[in-house]
Design a protein around this ligand. Structure first.
Ligand SMILES: [Mg+2]
Length: 231
């Protein structure tokens, strides 16, 4: 069946996320050293991570909302260190700015342009990337994040919500992402077709379903889809 739209994962599909997060965490720490030195001393990067993990376990209601998690963590760290809790907001803004300073994988921009010229692309992410800040908003018709939707991938509802907004049946939509479970299995369960971006040339995990397409990167996938996309 012809593909009439694409839903696209962001983190680790368009850019590597962990180097980005690690850099943002270091920048946040450096900022705290200047503005809230007691907090910085008590909560270096690893301790801040550990604090967040502890806080999240206690609050499953925000398990899908990374921004709420970071705000809560900062407030808790500042308060328990005797620093000004109001610093949590500017600290979060600094982190957000750094988190949206990403290094796109080579070829991503050209592939996005090529695909977006053929079919609508919707961003579907569990993360908190800001497409406008990153400078690629113009390639997407909309973005659905787990944070706004209320549950994360692989929940089928987030895929179905995207299809509904696209005005298409799930079978007409291709979901593209790097994660076998969150992206490929989730999409399959929701009735979408799926493409696995397999940058590391890994073996497909022994899941009960196979992706419809496997490509090394978005560039290769765009070429492969040439005849599969709606004219
Ligand atoms: Mg991903």
């Amino acid at each position: 069946m012809t593909i009439r739209a694409i839903t696209l994962d962001l983190d680790d599909t368009l850019w590597p996320i962990w180097p980005t997060i690690a850099r943002a965490e270091r920048a946040l720490h450096d900022w705290l050293v200047e503005r809230a030195p007691r907090t910085a001393e008590r909560f270096p990067v690893a301790a801040m991570r550990a604090l967040r993990e502890t806080l999240v376990v206690e609050r499953p209601a925000i398990s899908h909302d990374f921004i709420a998690q970071r705000r809560l963590t900062l407030e808790s760290a500042l308060q328990s260190s005797g620093d000004d809790v109001a610093l949590a907001e500017p600290a979060l803004e600094l982190f957000t700015e750094q988190r949206n300073t990403v290094d796109l994988y080579p070829g991503v921009l050209a592939a996005l342009e090529r695909l977006a010229a053929r079919v609508p692309i919707a961003a579907l992410t569990n993360g908190t990337a800001d497409l406008a800040r990153i400078g690629i908003r113009q390639h997407f018709v909309f973005q659905i994040g787990a944070r706004d939707h209320g549950v994360a991938k692989p929940d089928v509802s987030i895929f179905l919500s995207a299809c509904e907004r696209l005005g298409l049946a799930p079978g007409q939509v291709l979901h593209v992402g790097d994660d076998p479970e969150l992206d490929v299995l989730g999409a399959h369960r929701a009735g979408l077709r799926s493409a696995w971006i397999n940058r590391e040339a890994l073996a497909w995990p022994s899941h009960p379903v196979d992706p419809d397409f496997i490509a090394r990167d978005l560039d290769e996938l765009a070429l492969r889809l040439e005849h599969e996309l709606a004219p």
